[in-house]
Unconditional design. Structure first.
Length: 146
């Protein structure tokens, strides 16, 4: 009986590998935030390292993203992040949305709520230093209201 259950579990694990979510890897920068707002090079690097995987249309995936159900969890996580902010779709937001996002960004950075601990556990380079936190906040404070 145990062998049969283990066999079924193995078969299910193999079968679910064929159900892979779509990758978040667009190369279209038409609506990117950088087309509308000047972003200093150091801030661009911070965004790329600590924010873009979940808050843009281009995720750099780790090797384990090819293993279901991990791939499903990561896809859900990225989609959820993009619902709150998508740097790649910035120009599609209206004035109210942009002002709200900037306000929220300031708050989560001040409170050190981003990047999420679940992300930084694996991506140690995404942990923001005090200097990076300050650079992000200075940049956000320099953005004029829409």
């Amino acid at each position: 009986m145990k062998k049969k259950i283990i066999g079924i579990i193995i078969i299910l694990l193999v079968l679910i590998q064929f159900i892979q979510p779509e990758k978040n890897q667009s190369k279209d920068y038409t609506n990117d935030i950088s087309t509308e707002i000047n972003i200093p090079q150091n801030v661009q690097q911070i965004i790329k390292t600590s924010c873009a995987d979940c808050h843009s249309n281009y995720t750099v995936y780790p090797w384990y993203n090819n293993i279901a159900p991990v791939s499903w969890f990561l896809a859900n996580h990225v989609n959820e992040g993009k619902e709150h902010l998508n740097f790649s779709e910035w120009t599609t937001y209206n004035t109210r949305q942009k002002n709200h996002i900037i306000k929220e960004l300031k708050e989560v950075i001040k409170e050190k709520e981003m990047p999420l601990t679940s992300y930084t556990l694996i991506h140690k380079d995404a942990i923001l230093t005090e200097q990076q936190n300050t650079a992000l906040l200075d940049w956000l404070n320099s953005i004029k209201k829409y």
